[in-house]
Write a protein that binds this ligand. Structure first.
Ligand code: HEC
Ligand code: HEC
Length: 359
């Protein structure tokens, strides 16, 4: 008889532990100071930089990787959605060239800064060189990712070349250029191209934000409003998904947009507006308003609302508790995640002699 309360106590404890285990680890962390792998020597990074800025990679010789991921636009393009083949100009000013037709791309260009750390968890463990890529995590590392734009008609290929000819023809164009033949020691192949592009992208890191410095022990690196903002970020439930060193769990969630989108990393957001996979939110204020509406909707579904008309929201959304006074504070905290001095390097010329970064 006397055992019974004790037993109940144990059951309650086990239940509590069990519930705890199903909740995510919401801790945040600083980023490491380097992302380079041992093979990333200076020559490989330089070759990668050439390739990245050289429009010779596109079939019409007008679009470079940098067209949509440009150092002047935070290694993104400052547009809601990009304009690849058929465009002229850079960033928000890029326009359809006279006589060209438009191929819509329905995803926003993400910033490449710190993409080398994609997939990193709170312990600093990550799956390099097979980091998850894209808004829906569908590519496995830089090597697999790079093939995407090279073969996509709207991005770099155009309609003049069938996709299965994209890579062989690209290699032919590169082989015709002495600097590329020399840099790849006569072995111009896709493995070399993607390894060099990856090495260059691993150099695009920005890891000295006030937040990183604060977590590394500089107690004055973040101001009081930013620290309060970090507390509000946790209290409101943002860190249920936005956690670890990239402020992303790198999992897919339904937050009422598309059923399976990755938690977006939240670093250097000052450089990468507009936001979300559709690029439809012009500012962080508008993102906060989006979450306000979402919290209301999550509360409605909890009350047995409109389940049939909408796919079920991520269960974590029901824990979102965003107060009006949190908005400004959380935005201040997000500001502490900007590195004041991100890389802006670009080559002064590329081996093809074409315009650096494309037309
Ligand atoms: C026409 C614009 C365009 C061009 C050109 C382009 N990209 Fe992208 N890039 C995008 C878009 C849009 C996405 C997001 C696609 C998605 O999630 O479905 C993306 C995603 C990426 C990502 C994933 C980043 C992350 O954090 O998930 C990497 C890496 C990348 N691009 C590198 C490159 C490289 C390397 C090249 C050149 C070989 C290139 N891009 C050319 C528009 C472009
Ligand atoms: C249930 C998981 C979840 C929670 C909780 C959550 N987010 Fe998100 N967040 C996401 C996902 C998924 C995306 C990507 C949406 C997209 O691709 O359109 C995202 C995108 C964002 C973006 C856009 C980043 C960019 O580069 O476009 C910001 C900013 C953001 N969240 C901030 C917050 C804040 C602030 C909170 C708390 C009020 C919060 N999130 C709570 C999952 C979550």
């Amino acid at each position: 008889m006397r055992l019974q309360p004790l037993l109940l106590g144990w059951i309650a404890l086990l239940l509590a532990v069990g519930l705890q285990a199903t909740l995510p680890d919401t801790r945040l962390a600083a980023l490491p100071r380097v992302a380079a792998l041992p093979e990333d020597d200076e020559e490989l990074v330089e070759l990668g930089q050439w390739l990245f800025f050289d429009p010779i990679l596109s079939h019409n010789r007008e679009v470079a990787c940098a067209t949509c991921h440009h150092p002047d636009h935070g290694w993104a393009d400052g547009r809601s959605t990009p304009l690849g083949v058929g465009g002229v100009g850079l960033g928000p000013m890029r326009k359809l060239a006279a006589g060209s037709s438009f191929e819509p791309i329905n995803r926003n260009s993400p910033s490449l800064l710190n993409s080398a750390f994609n997939g990193m968890d709170i312990l600093g463990t990550y799956p390099a060189p097979r980091q998850p890529m894209f808004w829906d995590l569908r590519a496995d590392g830089y090597a697999q990712q790079a093939i995407g734009p090279l073969q996509a008609p709207a991005e770099m290929l155009g309609r003049q070349c069938p996709p299965h000819q994209a890579l062989p023809q690209l290699l032919e164009r590169l082989r015709a250029i002495p600097d590329y033949r020399e840099a790849m020691q006569g072995q111009v192949n896709m493995d070399q191209v993607t390894r060099a592009l990856a090495a260059f992208q691993r150099s695009l890191i920005a890891v000295n934000s006030p937040f990183d410095r604060y977590l590394r022990g500089e107690k004055n690196a973040m101001n009081q409003r930013q620290i309060k903002g970090m507390q509000a970020f946790h209290r409101a439930g943002c860190s249920l998904c936005h956690n670890g060193p990239m402020l992303s769990d790198f999992k897919l969630h339904n937050i009422g947009l598309e059923p399976a989108l990755r938690t977006a990393p939240l670093r250097n957001l000052a450089l990468s507006a507009p936001y979300m996979h559709h690029g439809g939110e012009p500012s962080l204020e508008s993102v906060m308003n989006f979450y306000d509406r979402l919290a209301d909707r999550a509360a409605e579904t909890l009350d047995g609302g409109d389940e049939n008309t909408m796919p079920a929201l991520d269960p974590l959304m029901q824990r979102l508790d965003l107060l009006p006074e949190d908005h400004g504070l959380i935005i201040e905290f997000l500001g502490a995640l900007n590195d004041p001095n991100p890389p802006r390097t670009r080559p002064s010329a590329v081996p093809s002699g074409l315009p650096v970064g494309g037309r």
